[in-house]
Design a protein around this ligand. Structure first.
Ligand SMILES: [Zn+2]
Length: 270
């Protein structure tokens, strides 16, 4: 990026409109701040640009996952304190005014705008990305997904496709011999509560395998946002095409990495 001029909020907003983002829509964003180049005002400017384009009539949603499982050495999830572990933009977003954050101790989301409350409220006790989760509500609302400088490797909605396709491995979790994991969170009274996680979202290292298929099916559109190579998808089309594919080939998005315990055990029961 040496010698390139700084990227401004206005430049990002113009590029988002050029890429097809519209006022009033529900947009879920997975992001890489670095991919935009040097942004004047940092993550906050990028978020403001998204809000400028969507307007308060639209809704902006982002994952703010914390993976708060004791077995991974994580602190209990505190929705007013725990940093998001999925990128700088997401970690700045949930702290901004008028942004709501869900209670989920492993896969929380944050949202701003017209449907923010609908997507984030009362997401416990549902599975993190299953029926009635924030992502399922976002799907029911007919939203679109922007992978801003990122790719299908970070597309949380592919886990929703696994659930809706009812793949046979949904109950195979990280711990061998169990069908659930334990997460922990701090509730409104400051007490640490255990939370039984079912339909645990597994490994996503195989997710990029679906990119050629999603392009051929006209579900994935490659777009550029300033310097960021990005992808835009309609979640209804994504679910339709991926559920069909996963019913034919349930192992399609499991990874091939030899030391990946969960994918190996998941593949064995197909
Ligand atoms: Zn894997």
């Amino acid at each position: 990026m040496m010698g390139e001029r700084a990227v401004t909020r206005e430049m990002i907003a113009d590029a988002l409109r050029e890429a097809g983002i519209r006022a009033g829509e529900s947009l879920a964003v997975h992001s890489s701040l670095k991919s935009l180049g040097f942004v004047e005002g940092g993550a906050e400017a990028a978020i403001c640009a998204l809000q400028d384009v969507l307007t308060p009539e639209g809704t902006l949603m982002m994952p703010t996952h914390t993976y708060s499982l004791p077995m991974w050495g994580k602190e209990p999830y505190n929705k007013t304190k725990s940093p998001s572990l999925v990128g700088k933009i997401t970690d700045v977003f949930w702290r901004m005014p008028d942004v709501l954050r869900s209670d989920h101790p492993s896969h929380s989301v944050a949202a701003w705008g017209k449907r923010a409350e609908e997507f984030t409220k009362d997401t416990l006790p549902y599975p993190p990305i299953g029926l009635n989760s924030a992502w399922h509500r976002f799907y029911s609302a007919g939203g679109r997904i922007l992978m801003l400088g990122t790719n299908q490797g970070t597309n949380t909605s592919l886990h929703l496709c696994e659930v809706l396709a009812d793949v046979p491995y949904l109950n195979v979790v990280f711990t061998p011999g169990r069908d659930y994991e334990v997460a922990h969170r701090i509730n409104e009274r400051g007490e640490v509560k255990e939370f039984i996680l079912r339909q645990v979202p597994g490994c996503s290292r195989g997710f990029r395998k679906c990119e050629p298929y999603l392009r051929e099916s006209n579900v994935l559109k490659d777009v550029i946002v300033v310097n960021a190579q990005s992808q835009l998808l309609d979640i209804s089309s994504l679910v339709e095409v991926m559920v069909r594919k996963l019913k034919e080939d349930p192992g399609f998005i499991l990874c091939e990495i030899p030391d990946c315990g969960i994918c190996q055990r998941r593949r064995r029961i197909i």
